[in-house]
Design a protein around this ligand. Structure first.
Ligand code: GLC
Length: 429
C-alpha cells in the first residue's frame, strides 16, 4: 500500500528515506550584521566595509556538542552545514584562500569539530557549498552580485576569468570531500541561468566534471539538484509541495528545506517565527508526501542557538519523543486522508495525523475492514472504531449518510496535549 520510490544509480538513499529529518545550519560572518545571510548583496556592501565582520568574528560560546545534542533531541538524524555561503567566507582552513575562519580572531577551523560532534551523536554529515561567491576576485560580476550597480567596479573587474573561479570551486570541493571523512550529502547552491543579464549555470560551474569528482571521491553520496544537471535530490525551498514531487513522471527523492523565521542566517530583528505546531505539521506533511524535512537554524555570532530557536527545537523534540515512529521509516500512503489530516505509513502501521480536532468522530474512507486495532500514539490509549451501516437513517443521535467502506473512529472531546495528535492504526495482514 505504501508508494515505492525511484532509486538513483550511485546515491545511498536508504538511511535518508528512513531518517526523514535533518538540521540545516547557516553560519558565517553574516551573523555579525545579523540582518540575513544575503546582507552583503541586499545592502550592496563593499568588500572593504564587509571586512569588519571578518575582523570581529570570534564565536567564544561555540559548542558543537551542544548543537549536536539539541539536533538529536529534536529528532534530527543528519545535518547540513554551510561550509561557504554566497559571501565567500570559508568555515574551514582551506589552502586555496585567505578568506577563511583561521584568519579571523577565532583562528580555528569550525567544521572538523562540528562534524565530529554530530557523528558522535550518530548523525550523518552534509556539506552545503555555495557556487556563488561575492568575494572571489575571479567570480564575474553579474546581476546578482553585491556590486551589481557599481559601474566603476564592474569596469575595473571586467576581465575576471570564470575558468579560474571554476578551478577554485572544484579545488575547494575536493578539499571538503577528502579532509573530513565520509560525507553523506553534498548541497550545492545555486544555479541561476537564463537571466536577462546572463546568469550562471552548468557551464560556469563545470557541473558534469564537478559531479563526477564528487561521486568518485564519495561513492554513495547524495547530491542535490542545484548544479543545473539534475542530481539525486529535489530541494523545494520555503514552501510545502502540494504532492510528491516527480522527475520524469516518477516520484523523486526530495527534501523540503525550511527556516524557523524566513531567514537562513541569524536575523536578530526578524519576528516572523513559525509556531512549534506549524513546524510539526510541516514535518508530517513532508513525510506524508514521501519527503524529508531539513529544518534550519542560524546560530548567532557568539556561536549559540538563540532562545527563540531552542524553544521551537525542543517543542518539536517533545512531539518526536512520543511520535517518532509515525515519521521515522514512514512514507506516503495510497489512501486519501480525511480533510485536514495526513497519513504516514510504515508497512502495516498507518498513522493518522489530525491537524484539526473534530468533535467526536473522524471517518476514514476505504478502511472499514482493514484495521484490527487503533490507539492514540501519545499515550497508547485505545480509540474505538465502528463501521456505520451506510443505509442507516439519521435520526436524533443516530448518524446516517456514511459512505460504504468507511471506518469511523470515536475521538475523546479532550484534544490530547500534543502539537499534533496521532492515531496509530494497526492494519490487518
Ligand atoms: C537560497 C538562499 C540561500 C540559502 C539557500 C538554502 O538559495 O538564497 O541563502 O542558503 O536557499 O536553501
Amino acid at each position: 500500500m505504501a508508494q515505492e520510490m525511484t532509486r538513483w544509480a550511485t546515491a545511498d538513499t536508504e538511511w535518508f528515506t528512513h531518517d526523514r529529518f535533518g538540521m540545516f545550519i547557516h553560519w558565517g560572518i553574516y551573523a555579525l550584521p545579523a540582518r540575513h545571510e544575503w546582507v552583503k548583496q541586499r545592502e550592496m556592501i563593499r568588500d572593504e566595509d564587509y571586512q569588519r565582520y571578518f575582523d570581529h568574528f570570534y564565536p567564544d560560546l561555540y559548542d558543537p556538542e551542544a548543537w549536536a545534542r539539541e539536533a538529536k533531541n529534536t529528532g534530527m538524524r543528519y545535518f547540513v552545514v554551510t561550509t561557504k555561503h554566497h559571501d565567500g567566507f570559508c568555515l574551514w582552513d582551506s589552502d586555496l584562500t585567505d578568506y577563511k575562519v583561521t584568519n579571523t580572531p577565532w583562528g580555528e577551523d569550525l567544521i572538523a569539530p562540528m562534524v565530529e560532534a554530530f557523528r558522535a551523536e550518530g548523525m550523518k554529515v552534509g556539506f552545503y557549498h555555495s557556487l556563488i561567491d561575492w568575494h572571489h576576485p575571479e567570480f564575474p560580476v553579474d546581476g546578482l552580485h553585491s556590486r551589481r550597480d557599481d559601474r566603476d567596479y564592474i569596469e575595473a573587474n571586467s576581465d575576471r576569468d570564470i575558468a579560474r573561479y571554476r578551478e577554485y570551486l572544484h579545488g575547494q570541493t575536493r578539499e571538503l570531500l577528502t579532509g573530513f571523512g565520509k560525507i553523506d550529502i553534498m548541497w550545492f547552491d545555486f544555479s541561476y541561468p537564463n537571466r536577462v543579464w546572463g546568469g550562471k549555470g552548468r557551464e560556469d560551474w563545470g557541473s558534469e566534471e564537478l559531479m563526477a569528482m564528487v561521486r568518485e571521491l564519495q561513492p554513495g553520496i547524495i547530491v542535490n539538484d542545484r548544479l543545473e544537471i539534475g542530481g539525486d535530490l529535489k530541494t523545494p525551498e520555503q514552501y510545502q509541495p502540494r504532492s510528491w514531487p516527480e522527475v520524469d513522471g516518477e516520484p523523486a527523492l526530495w527534501e523540503a528545506c525550511q527556516t524557523l523565521n524566513g531567514s537562513w542566517g541569524y536575523d536578530r530583528d526578524n519576528l516572523d517565527w513559525k509556531p512549534t505546531d506549524m513546524l510539526v505539521r510541516m514535518l508530517v506533511d513532508t513525510v506524508s508526501k514521501g519527503g524529508n524535512l531539513l529544518l534550519n537554524v542560524g546560530p548567532n555570532a557568539r556561536g549559540e542557538l538563540e532562545p527563540r530557536a531552542l524553544e521551537r527545537l525542543r517543542g518539536v523534540g517533545e512531539w518526536m519523543r512520543l511520535h517518532e515512529r509515525s515519521v521515522r521509516g514512514c512514507t506516503a500512503s495510497d489512501l486519501t486522508p480525511p480533510p485536514d489530516c495526513r497519513y504516514t505509513q510504515n508497512g502495516d502501521r498507518l498513522y493518522l495525523h489530525l491537524f484539526g480536532w473534530p468533535f467526536k468522530h473522524v471517518h476514514l474512507e476505504g478502511l472499514a475492514d482493514k484495521v484490527e486495532y487503533a490507539q492514540l500514539l501519545n499515550d497508547a490509549s485505545e480509540i474505538r472504531m465502528q463501521v456505520i451501516d451506510p443505509d442507516q437513517q439519521a435520526q436524533n443521535t443516530t448518524m446516517g449518510g456514511v459512505p460504504r467502506g468507511t471506518l469511523t473512529l470515536e475521538l475523546p472531546v479532550q484534544r490530547p496535549p500534543v502539537e499534533v495528535p496521532v492515531v496509530e492504526l494497526f492494519l490487518k495482514g
